[in-house]
Design a protein around this ligand. Structure first.
Ligand code: NAG
Ligand code: NAG
Ligand code: NAG
Ligand code: NAG
Ligand code: NAG
Ligand code: NAG
Ligand code: NAG
Ligand code: NAG
Ligand code: NAG
Ligand code: NAG
Length: 454
């Protein structure tokens, strides 16, 4: 069923090779949750036992590490849950908290456990949590950055003291818990695997200590598990053709179709937003009405051609009235990205997933400048221009060479127009023979002429 929306969206267009490849992608992704742009990407939950007490209670440290190149975890953040195999309870926890205490009536005394549930759910503390409940690398509200964008903040850590929930504390059934979940849409976690114990560095790296035991749980993302409909689309234009190729009709949903949620017509006021607490569910998108109904649109404009370079302008527009995208990123697949010379107002990093074929690159905002893509109605767009070097002799704008093969926004594929729609070169023009000079050059020449003639 997961691939049905792809099929429906493609219905109006000719079933060319690209569509077939796209459908293949749908199947592959639906089955294996595998992203060819980040084939090893995963989020790893590391469970380190750091102390075992006489009464068989344990201190464990849990690290959640984002091992994905470009996919990050946004608010409302991760919600880690698991199922105890025995009758364990969480006595204390630092750097995070259980969402519910559960039934602790079996315990008498001054102090009750932090959580007595069989299947606890733990969330990160918010930044600025009291100092005495913090541990290093905690308290980011559940947000994890990606490996490329901010490797320091791709880690979350908390520590727990766990013990037996029965009245007889010496028969704690210790065993690695099962059924881990990150509480994030699209991620599936595997079973814990015991790995060589983690080494911790002390005394500026001069001494190493190690965990008593370490387990890893690997969680993998699949776009088609996450959401059945795409969330982003691409439109194209070029200086040599006035046609703007729009996002394909019904890219994300069809306007007016039942069950696609509300949309806001131009000139209408967006609905008033209820205040969201950070751990609520992410709100359903409220998009601007359009033929494609996507919350995010990426426009690729081939802007200019110089003698040795060509220039592309990329604009990312947020059409969602209820979401600001923090730490947004764009991954672009274009065979000529190896010739990128300069990128303005965005950060750019090549992603060389397959050795040194650098046809894939990641664009993302500059901190405190445009790293936040504001909701529609605010200044809901960010833009960049980039210069690419022309390969002498073989350079051409023909056959759609100037356009990307694939674009993803925040790790989810955007719907592309089909290649037979791409803006075409006018038949008569010889574009790369005399390249159009940059406008400032013309102005400069005119000024010179005026100067000499007067
Ligand atoms: C998880 O990601 C890391 C880093 O990319 C990789 O080394 C590891 O093999 C991955 N694990 C699995 C099970 O794919
Ligand atoms: C276990 O996970 C940690 C954290 O991601 C990683 O550094 C380590 O290499 C993993 N161990 C194995 C054997 O995969
Ligand atoms: C984990 O989930 C499976 C399937 O839902 C269930 O059969 C199993 O008992 C669960 N494990 C624990 C320890 O609860
Ligand atoms: C709480 O747990 C105790 C025993 O551990 C049980 O007797 C009691 O019925 C439970 N209460 C509820 C409301 O489940
Ligand atoms: C606790 O359990 C152990 C082993 O199961 C048993 O030998 C011991 O008698 C029990 N103690 C109490 C107080 O029930
Ligand atoms: C997005 O950011 C703007 C400006 O910072 C703010 O006014 C607005 O409430 C935010 N919207 C959401 C949905 O968080
Ligand atoms: C191509 O990949 C190499 C190796 O990673 C990198 O050093 C270089 O900057 C990349 N070039 C471009 C233009 O992306
Ligand atoms: C463009 O990239 C290709 C592929 O990496 C390389 O062979 C070529 O030399 C580059 N051309 C220029 C002008 O940088
Ligand atoms: C991209 O690179 C290919 C192979 O090097 C070349 O044939 C093509 O003209 C280039 N296109 C653009 C727009 O740079
Ligand atoms: C511009 O591109 C469109 C769509 O590919 C094409 O139909 C049209 O003929 C092109 N215009 C010119 C002037 O070549």
């Amino acid at each position: 069923m997961d691939w049905m929306p792809c099929l429906l969206c493609m219905k109006q267009r000719s079933l060319n090779v690209v569509v077939l490849i796209f459908l293949l992608f749908c199947f592959v992704s639906a089955t294996y949750g595998y992203d060819p742009l980040d084939p090893n990407g995963n989020i790893t939950i590391r469970w380190d036992v750091i102390l075992e007490n006489q009464d068989s209670s344990q201190d464990v440290r849990i690290s959640i590490v984002n091992e994905q190149l470009f996919r990050h975890v946004e608010l409302p953040g991760w919600k880690l849950s698991w199922a105890w195999v025995g009758d364990e309870v969480i006595w204390n926890i630092e750097g995070a908290e259980a969402t519910e205490q559960g039934n602790c009536s079996a315990f008498k005394g001054r102090q009750l456990p932090h959580c007595c549930l069989k299947e606890p759910t733990v969330i990160d503390l918010l930044p600025g949590a009291p100092y005495n409940v913090q541990v290093a690398n905690c308290c980011k509200g559940g947000v994890l950055s990606s490996m490329v964008q901010d490797p320091v903040n791709r880690l979350a850590v908390f520590q727990m003291h766990i013990g037996s929930g029965g009245s007889n504390s010496s028969n704690l059934k210790t065993g690695m818990p099962a059924n881990f979940s990150l509480g994030l849409r699209g991620y599936t976690c595997g079973d814990p695997v015991q790995v060589p114990p983690t080494k911790f560095y002390e005394d500026h790296g001069r001494r190493k200590t190690q965990a008593l035991a370490t387990w890893n749980v690997t969680c993998i993302y699949s776009q088609f598990k996450s959401s059945t409909a795409p969330t982003c689309c691409v439109s194209l234009s070029a200086f040599y053709n006035e046609t703007i190729v729009p996002c394909p009709k019904c890219s994300c949903a069809c306007n007016g179709q039942a069950g696609t949620g509300e949309c806001v017509k131009p000139g209408e006021l967006p609905p008033t937003l209820q205040q969201l607490s950070p751990h609520n569910e992410a709100p359903k998108a409220v998009v601007q009405c359009s033929d494609f109904m996507c919350p995010v649109k990426v426009h690729w404009h081939v802007k200019q051609s110089y003698k040795e370079y060509w220039r592309v302008k990329i604009t990312v527009t947020n059409l969602n009235y209820v979401k600001n995208y923090s730490e947004w990123n764009l991954v672009v697949l274009h065979p000529n990205l190896s010739n990128v010379t300069q990128v303005f107002s965005f950060n750019y990093k090549p992603l060389n997933t397959y050795g040194n074929i650098n046809d894939t690159g990641m664009f993302y905002g500059i901190d405190h400048y445009n790293d936040m893509l504001l909701q529609a109605g605010e200044t809901g767009n960010v833009q960049t221009e980039m210069l690419m070097h022309k390969d002498e002799g073989i350079f051409t704008f023909r056959e759609g060479w100037a356009f990307p093969r694939k674009i993803s926004f925040n790790g989810d594929d955007c719907v592309m127009p089909s290649p037979d729609m791409y803006p075409r070169l006018p038949n008569t023009a010889h574009f790369h023979a005399p390249p159009s000079p940059p406008p400032f050059f013309i102005v400069f020449t005119m000024l010179l002429l005026i100067y000499f003639l007067s």
